[in-house]
Design a protein around this ligand. Structure first.
Ligand code: GDP
Length: 493
């Protein structure tokens, strides 16, 4: 497929039903306007309200973001304790800057974790009128295009917020000031103008009641909020009373939030897009059906590859995702009548750190014809062997894999893996979730169909805002399929 092929493509497709803004220089980010040539049109349309919120946000980001006068003034005000700087600027500049607040996202864990948490952070920024700035170190170089026209989302190199060592934390404020008073309200407290909030899950952490209005009210006054998260905390935003109206209006379809936000924010750089589009054109484009298999093994030393392979094949064959091999007729001379006429070509994309999964599957389908007569081709773009940190080439490979998976028609993913969530979200696909293996055990059924393409919120709030335990999280989120995923994840957690 090439751009010249865009026979039926309209401007509508190109801008993803209004999700994307026009006005970008297309050559600097080919993926932005070419991705629709590789993807089926989405079943989910962005709401007019979401579109208007995005256009407004883009204006706001330009006005308050890096390179703007307002940014400079805001930063000076924060880093200079007195108000000495005031007379340097025109009155109007100060008024503008006064309205600028920031959300600095800081990374934790792998690329999938980062992408889902950036998406959640972006929505949080939109809801609270903050400019989202991402703390991208060298390991994130060359992955994504700038998402906001006429500005940048990268935290400027000279920003004092590249580290947060001496910055007061939300957790310490909650613990020191709130718990002591046996009172969960923060809103009367004087918070500093820069605050660090850790939304990562840790077993020791006290509940921070991020999903409660009284805490959001307190956070409003903070000019720079530095957030660290590896989680998809979007359900918390739906839960927060003061956000829920906007969230529901932006996302009438609650299972397409990441589908929209992810496709809005994350455009592969030209380097990554070159790899994605070339691979797709060479191996996937001609197939009748594309099957994506994402094999994430969280404990490779305890989980034998054969157990994973058995689980995967059991899932794929019992759900007719992949056919079995007709071992009785290795030469294929007596393939069944049905099989003979069926020349369906299925391309299988294997995403895994380990080369063995792709190799095993490929050699399996070389042993003989399939019982359905379908022709199976197996491709694995990379096999990095282990998760590598501080390595942008490794991260580009991860992005390529996630993106290619998202272009498939059917997905099988590994439960608990945010890597798979990104793929299912981009593609708007409901994957088959493989059981999380602890060691060498077997499961039946080996996989379950996910209820939605939304990423799973692994660690939802356990308490109501009153402090009482929340017994049935699922009743707050009937649409998110929490219980389904949870069941599969339990062994791994
Ligand atoms: P999660 O740990 O499965 O939730 O996913 P993350 O993306 O957050 O972290 C896993 C990281 O390991 C990825 O970002 C990659 O760096 C690497 N990785 C894991 N599986 C794959 C894979 O199938 N392909 C590639 N290229 N990298 C992978």
């Amino acid at each position: 497929l090439s751009t010249n092929d865009s026979k039926n493509s309209t401007t509508h497709d190109k801008f993803l039903d209004g999700l994307l803004a026009s006005g970008f220089d297309e050559s600097t980010c080919l993926s932005r306007y070419q991705s629709h040539l590789y993807r089926k049109p989405s079943n989910h349309k962005p709401s007019p309200y979401l579109i208007s919120k995005l256009r407004n946000y883009e204006e706001f980001h330009k006005r308050c973001g890096p390179n703007s006068r307002a940014y400079k003034i805001s930063m000076q005000k924060i880093t200079t304790p007195s108000s000495k700087t005031h007379h340097h600027h025109h009155h109007n500049d100060n008024v503008d800057a006064a309205k600028c607040k920031y959300l600095v996202w800081t990374p934790a864990n792998g690329l999938g974790n980062r992408m889902i948490s950036i998406a959640a952070a972006f929505l949080f920024a939109v809801l609270t009128d903050r400019v989202l700035l991402v703390r991208f170190e060298a390991d994130m170089n060359g992955l994504f295009c700038e998402p906001f026209h006429g500005s940048t989302w990268i935290l400027p190199k000279n920003s004092p917020f590249w580290n947060h060592e001496n910055i007061e934390t939300y957790q310490s404020v909650v613990l020191a000031k709130v718990d002591k008073a046996r009172n969960l309200t923060l809103d009367q407290l004087l918070l500093p103008s820069v605050l660090f909030i850790n939304l990562q899950h840790t077993k020791e952490d006290p509940e921070i009641f991020f999903h409660c209005d009284h805490n959001q009210e307190a956070l409003k006054k903070v000019t720079v909020l530095i957030v660290q998260s590896d989680q998809y905390f979007v359900p918390s935003l739906f839960m927060t009373p003061s956000f829920s109206h906007d969230m529901n209006k932006m996302f009438p379809e609650k299972d397409a939030v990441f589908h929209h936000v992810g496709r809005y924010l994350f455009h592969p750089s030209n380097q990554a897009w070159g790899q994605i589009s070339k691979f797709y054109d060479a191996y996937l484009a001609k197939a009748d059906e594309r099957i994506g298999l994402q094999i994430r093994v969280f404990r490779p030393t305890f989980t034998p590859q054969q157990a994973v392979m058995d689980l995967l094949l059991s899932c794929a064959t019992s759900n007719k995702i992949l056919p079995e091999v007709d071992t009785r007729n290795p030469a294929g001379t007596t393939a069944s009548k049905v099989g003979r006429n069926n020349h369906t070509l299925k391309a299988v994309l294997v995403a895994s750190l380990y080369p063995e999964y792709g190799e095993n599957l490929r050699s399996m389908y070389l042993k003989g014809p399939t019982i359905t007569g379908e022709v199976i081709r197996v491709y694995q773009p990379s096999h990095e062997e282990k998760q590598k940190f501080n390595d942008n080439v490794h991260n580009i490979k991860a992005l390529v894999d996630m993106y290619l998976l998202s272009l498939c028609d059917v997905l099988v993913t590994s439960s608990l893996s945010t890597f798979g969530y990104v793929a299912q979200g981009f593609g708007g696909l409901k994957p088959w979730l493989l059981y999380g293996l602890v060691s060498n055990e077997t499961h039946f059924p080996p996989c379950l169909r996910d209820l939605s393409p939304e990423p799973c919120y692994h660690f939802p709030p356990q308490h109501q805002c009153s402090g009482n335990p929340k017994e049935h999280f699922a009743t707050s989120f009937p649409h998110i399929g929490y219980l389904n995923s949870r069941k599969l994840l339990e062994p791994v957690l």
